[in-house]
Ligand binder design. Sequence first.
Ligand code: HAM
Length: 425
Amino acid sequence: MNKTFAVPRGTSDILPDAVPLWEELESKARKICKSYGYREIRTPVYEDVNLFKRSLGQTSDVVNKQLLELASAKEDEGYALRPEGTASIVRSYFENNFDKNEAISKFFYIGPMFRGERPQKGRLRQFHQIGVEVIVPGKSMSHRLDAEVLILCMHLLREFGVKEPKLKINSLGSKEDRNNISLWLREEFTKHKNELCVECQERFERNVFRVLDCKNEKCRKVVNSIVQDLPISEVSKEYFIGVQEALKEASIDFEIAPHLVRGLDYYTDTVFEITAGGGLGSQDAVGGGGQYDGLLHELGGDKRIEYGAIGFALGMERILLASEAEKPTLGIDVFLITFNCNDTRKEFKILNLLRQNGINADMNYLQASFKSQMNRANKLNARYVLILGEEEIKNNVIAVKDMQTGVQETVELKNIIEAIKDKLK
Ligand code: HAM
């Protein structure tokens, strides 16, 4: 017996019935991002593996366990499928001299990402993100830019119909703060090592921040007893207050989450995550992001100047699970009924004329009864049905049936295109 194939684990087909929903999400995203002054960028789905290793952090789960590397014939080449978009955007930013040509660069992207995770509901190996990145060379960031990015993020989720999106924000402080906090936390958690879950006992040496957002009850207890607020510097505190005020001015609801740290290593200062209800279950983060100023130096930025950078990414599969989006009812404009299947020359000519004139049209190529052709027209949600029977051919006319009202009329064959165009106006 021939082997049948299935989609790889953790991936899925987006079937024709579902594609209109995806198209709608993408077109809303494009429209809204452009209205905030962001421009679309498209980067390859695979990159030099070291780009990800260097930017996402050797200690992050994404690099440690989830990078999908491509086998290469050449020894000095190593590629991996992109697990996220930020690193690629920063690579492209320098490679294409945006730093020299733009005082501020605002990008958005839509596309598939790949992580070798253990698949479950809302967690896939190939998933899709809508993301934005803002990069400012030569000066530090304005807290209003953080606010802009957050306002855009919530605007998108509202337009997508995501139910009860909850925005949580935190500040990790500067790079120096991060290092100090890391030392302090490691010291504190060492005293309570045996009370932590097995995974945290192992990972707190590698990346102590991840203990803060561990969901295990035992870890939550230890974390709550030690960390009320992250001890960040005055400058970072003031900046974070500025972000909060700008959000309040824009009437964006948020919650301060002192244990929110995010899973990628490149963040400093503002970090955030949005969770939602709906059908998400345990994988309830529809999006997340934050500031990553330091990554710009990591990936080739001029050490003599400072950079500001912030962005987020939203998971499209999770948005669809969490939204009330209904499948748009799409249909075709015209279905053409054929009678003489041995000679459909006339019908085929009309069909092509309709299509050349921008009218969505189709017909049956196989012999079928009138009834089954009408069923097909209904299934395709056709607005009009054209009927070209013997009588009509003899009189150089064609019958046009309005599928919504059921009214049928006769139109001269030579006027059919104009007549349909008029009706569709
Ligand atoms: P992230 O939190 O790793 O951040 O991913 C963002 C969103 O992508 C998640 O909140 C989730 O909705 C979705 N997502 C992530 N992994 C999966 C998965 N395995 N299956 C389904 N959905 C998933 C980033 O990727 C950062 N690059 C965001 C960013 C942009 N930070 C700054 N700029």
